[in-house]
Each structure stands twice: as C-alpha cells, then as structure tokens.
Design a protein around this ligand. Structure first.
Ligand code: ASP
Length: 323
C-alpha cells in the first residue's frame, strides 16, 4: 500500500463550532484523526501535527519551517505523497511558497475546508480523502505543489481563494483547474509548463503590498521610504498603469535600491509596457519598475521574498518575474 504523510497546520478543517456561542475554533484536537479509518482504504496514512493555527496567523517564516519539516520527512524516501491541511484564508500563499522552494518529484497537495468538522455538509473529510487519492497518483508527480479542493486539482501558482464561504472557493481564474478528482480515479487535462526553484535559508523579508486606487495619496508610499523594507509590490490598474501622482515616490524608492514589482489588479492577464501616457506602463518600465507575469499581489510578494535570497540585481529580478 502507498504511504502518505498528512501534515496538519490548522485552519477550519481542524476546527468545530462551539455549541452555545456558535463560534468556530479549534476545540477537539483529534478532529482530523477521525478521518483515518476512511483514509486507510486508500493509503497507509501517517498524521503529524506541525501546528494548529488559523491561517491568518501563518507567516512566511512559518512557511519556511513547513518547507524544512517536509524536507526532513522526505530524506528517508518512505512517503509516496505529502498532504498538508491548512486554513483556506492564506492557503494559496503557503502552497505557492512551497512550490517555489521545494524541488521535489513527490506529489505535495495542500487542502483545507470551508466548513468546520461538525457543520452540516462539512467538506474537510472529502477534501482530505481527495487529497490523499491525488497524492498517491503517479500522474501527480512532477506537477509542482497542488491544491485539491471540491473535487478539483489546481496548480499552486494559479489558484486563489475567490469566495468567502462557498465550498467551491478555490479557482484558477486565468487557466482553470489542471485536473479533477473523479469517483474512481483522478484525471489531469493540463500540466504546468514552467517550474521554478529558489534555494532559500529563511522566510524573512519585509515586502509590503500596495494596491493602486484612484486618487491615491503619494504619502502612503512616502511612508515606505522611511521604513526598513526589502522591496514593494504594487497592484496596478489594468495592463500595468498607475496614477501619475505616485511616480516621484516610486522613482525615489527605486533610486534607493528598493525593488518595486508591479502586478495587475485584474484577475487575468499580465502587466505590459503598452501605454505611453504619464503613469502608463512604458514610463514605469523606464523608471525601472519590475513587471510581473500574471501572479496576484500576494504571490508576487512571496516570490520577491524568496528571489531576494538569490539576487538583488534589478535585471536578474526582472528575469525571475518573467518566468
Ligand atoms: N479563517 C480560516 C483559516 O484560514 C478559514 C479556513 O480555514 O477555511 O484559518
């Protein structure tokens, strides 16, 4: 029988609704172990708890601890797959961080639940079973970190949480899921073309994410000039355009050697240097803004944090964001 390691980190999948207060929180430590009899139909499952955190408490430093935890577990080559349970709020960030930093062939699947363990229609058990089934599939090898949720298989790079409460919350807006968990088998119809790997020692990096809005006050960014930051990610309008009022401060940040990475507020497409008006993409390119390639803001931020451990050279950083 195939062997799968399930690493628990917390989230709603490990929580229950407290009778009386109706508050959702970690109550019963053994909630996930209750799934072991069902899981054992598919694989020899070992469960280990790394943490029991709501995912808003997760940090890049904790993601790095998880990376190290997985690396240590894989040293002896006993597992055919790894499943990580995680809160859904920041699940896409941890999945992408691991995707960038774990160069492994063993399937790594991240999952969670939108409904806690004792809610009607709890989705945790089925997501866990689907994840174990995905993790043991030979066709899941070499596909990077996967997110399995609601019978769909998504690539960590593209998936995002799209709904506050619906069980179909995880979507890959630009490209769709790469596979499905069927009744009898798992079925892939896409494969991620590119995989990148960054060798890192830590998860630290002070990189704020700023969203462009109409009439934004440049002072929001001037503030950053005084801070000890390693970079900034800015979510720009459309194809990659910004209000002209913030250009002087962007110039100052770049002259100070702070990498400024631009993504779009749009869910689909990439930023490009097309528009020639003030604040348009062409001017931003000339200024030295690094154009990202379809990642959302939170993922571009993590990529900058890990890429900065490899290089601080703006041209090399631009190359990283081309992948
Ligand atoms: N707030 C919860 C968390 O991310 C949501 C969930 O797990 O679904 O921890």
């Amino acid at each position: 029988m195939k062997k799968v390691l399930v690493i628990n980190t917390g989230g709603t999948i490990a929580m229950s609704v407290e009778e009386g207060t109706e508050s959702v929180k970690p109550i019963d430590e053994q909630v996930l172990n209750q799934n072991l009899p069902y899981l054992s139909k598919y694989a020899d499952v070992v469960m280990k708890d790394m943490a029991n955190l709501p995912s808003p408490h997760i940090t890049p430093a904790i993601m790095n601890q998880l990376r190290q935890f997985i690396e240590n577990e894989l040293i002896n080559d006993i597992y055919d797959g790894i499943v990580i349970t995680h809160g859904t709020d920041t699940l896409e960030e941890t999945a992408y961080f691991l995707d960038l930093t774990l160069p492994v062939t063993v399937p790594i699947v991240v999952t969670g639940a939108m409904r806690s363990s004792n809610e009607l229609g709890a989705d945790g058990p089925v997501n866990l079973i689907s994840s174990v089934r995905t993790a043991i599939g030979p066709e899941s090898r070499n596909k990077g970190v996967l997110v399995v949720f609601n019978d769909e298989i998504h690539a960590a790079r593209y998936v995002t949480k799209t709904h506050t409460s619906n069980v179909a919350t995880f979507q890959s807006p630009a490209y769709g899921p790469i596979g499905s968990v069927m009744k009898k088998n798992i079925h892939y119809y896409h494969a991620p073309l590119e995989r990148e790997f960054y060798s890192i020692n830590h998860g630290n990096g002070n990189v704020p994410l700023v969203k462009a809005v109409t009439g934004m006050d440049p002072a929001w960014l001037t503030f950053l000039l005084e801070q000890n930051i390693d970079g900034v990610v800015i979510e720009a309008f459309g194809l990659g355009n910004l209000p002209p009022t913030i250009l002087p401060v962007l110039r100052q940040l770049i002259e100070k050697g702070i990498p400024v990475v631009m993504v779009s507020r749009c869910h689909n497409g990439q930023v490009q240097d097309i528009y020639g008006y003030e604040g348009g993409g062409q001017q931003l390119k000339e200024l030295g803004v690094i154009f990202s390639n379809g990642l959302n803001g939170q993922k571009a931020r993590l990529k900058l944090i890990v890429a900065l451990q490899q290089t601080t050279n703006p041209k090399e950083l631009q190359n990283c964001f081309e992948l």
